[in-house]
Design a binder for this molecule. Structure first.
Ligand code: SF4
Length: 473
């Protein structure tokens, strides 16, 4: 047995570090088996795909060997909420229980952090749609003075869909980088610096893949120096990858661009270019694109995926794409004519040029080996072209530097090779492990299949679940 595997066995043993830290700790054979396999994968720097049923305790089964290995690690989860749970609850508890001097960092996408530069723009020039938005901005301003991390998740009661959020967060396109007057205190840059200095960094799958495609969040710089990469909730990896490795043209992005251009134009170059006309043309073209995507559907509830062929052949759709290209091209020329007056203009011109390119891409035929579709929601249409799976992207990362790759979830396939996951992720050679749930489901569980139930993406779903749960309780 290697020293790491011995340390792991001791940590999980009766009277070991975990039992000493929590008197409710109970030994679980399945948890120890998984932890030993993770330790072996770390020792041998290879890939492990582990399916662990509910109740195995898989989070500790991968965190204990990862922390005890003393190697630099990256842990990716499916959502920002799970990231927070790991970073704020599980990891500090384990670090204390194992008494390890490990530095931890949490890294989210830039849309999760307050942008100080855009907050100051919003303060002076934002056209806030209603008094709720005015109140939200005031609340953000108060919090902005005290926050250390700038993570908007700290702000209790902030609606994730608030129209104020895009006004006070940055995108890769509108961030001024080192030319920004707030660069020294920037929360996005600080989160990245902390991540680069930490022993273990918690990210999410969206960020991981978005960074592979755009090199914008710091994960790409981090990955080469990491020796252990763990993906929890790995069953969601392919979906996140396919979404982020692709090209997207969203009507909301163009509307945001129009608003930013108008704000920057009126602030730094009022009267020099017809900002209002240019912004209105971009805004109108974006709204027309959404209407063309909605087509004969009268009302869109929740989110909807449309096959590309359902719209691509329609004349109105092609025309809407041409109008986006024309309006953004005109905006680009206007912005370039004043780009020496403020750094915002060059960035805005780059965004306009990108929309022109994307409109051109979506006006042509689908790139071989890729798939296209339209995501529709009540407020926007997103045209997406993506690779069919994440095989190539993951293989490229895995070939770049030898390290341990751990993929785990409660459901990864229905055979010993976990083919459903391993095939789509290109992990055909990985070691696989299946550990079943220690719970006695036949004795303690019932399965209900309600009829006439709202779909998970429909607004009535949470309420219907609550009502049903109350009835069954
Ligand atoms: S550097 Fe970018 S993210 Fe940071 S404050 Fe400036 S514009 Fe915002």
């Amino acid at each position: 047995m290697t020293p790491l595997r011995e340390d792991v066995a001791q940590a999980f043993a009766p009277g070991g570090a975990l039992a000493q830290a929590d008197d409710r700790y109970t030994e679980r054979e399945v948890q120890q088996r998984m932890a030993q396999e993770v330790a072996a994968a770390i020792d041998e720097r290879r890939a492990l795909v582990a399916e662990a049923g509910t109740g195995v305790g898989k989070t500790f089964a991968y965190l204990v060997p990862t922390l005890l290995s003393g190697k630099r690690a990256l842990v990716s989860t499916a959502t920002k909420n799970l990231q927070d749970q790991l970073f704020m609850r599980d990891l500090p508890r384990l670090r204390d229980a194992l008494q390890l001097p490990v530095t931890l960092a949490l890294l989210k996408g830039r849309a999760s952090y307050l942008c100080l530069h855009r907050l100051s723009l919003a303060r002076h020039s934002a056209e806030l749609p209603d008094r709720w938005a005015v109140r939200t901005l005031a609340k953000i301003e108060v919090w902005a003075r005290a926050t250390k991390s700038g993570d908007l998740a700290e702000l209790e009661g902030l609606d994730e869909r608030s129209s104020v959020i895009p006004l006070v967060t940055s995108t890769r396109e509108n961030c001024l980088g080192s030319e920004c007057p707030e660069y020294r205190d920037c929360h996005v840059m600080k989160a990245r610096r902390d991540a680069m200095a930490a022993d273990l960094v918690v990210v999410n799958h969206h960020l991981f893949f978005a960074d592979m495609a755009l090199r914008d969040s710091g994960v790409a710089e981090l990955l080469p120096s990491v020796e252990v990469a763990v993906f929890d909730e790995a069953h969601q990896l392919a979906e996140a990858g396919v979404q982020f490795l692709g090209t997207t043209l969203g009507s909301a992005q163009v509307i945001d661009f129009a608003r930013d251009m108008l704000g920057a134009g009126l602030q730094h170059a009022r009267g020099l270019v017809s900002w209002q006309d240019m912004a209105s043309a971009c805004d109108r073209a974006a709204r027309d694109l959404r209407l063309a995507a909605v087509g004969a559907l009268r009302e869109v509830r929740g989110s909807l995926k449309l096959r590309w062929e359902e719209r691509a052949e329609q004349a109105g759709f092609a025309k809407a794409l041409q109008e986006i290209a024309a309006a953004c091209d005109c905006a680009k020329l206007g912005l370039e004519s004043v780009d020496e007056l403020a750094p915002d203009f060059a960035k805005l011109a780059e965004r306009a040029a990108q929309f022109v390119r994307q409109a051109g891409l979506f006006s042509g035929s689908v790139t071989p080996g890729r798939v296209r579709w339209i995501d529709l929601s009540p407020h926007q249409a997103r045209l997406v072209e993506s690779p069919l799976d994440i095989r190539d992207a993951l293989r490229e990362q895995m070939a770049a530097a030898p390290k341990a790759w751990i993929f785990t979830s409660a459901t990864l396939g229905d055979d010993e090779r976990l083919s459903w996951f391993t095939e789509s992720a290109g992990l055909d050679d990985a070691t696989t492990l299946r550990v079943g749930s220690p719970f006695d489901y036949p004795a303690h569980a019932r399965l209900y299949i309600p009829t006439g139930f709202p779909k998970p993406n429909e607004p009535g779903h949470p309420g219907a679940v609550a009502t049903l749960a109350a009835r069954c309780a």
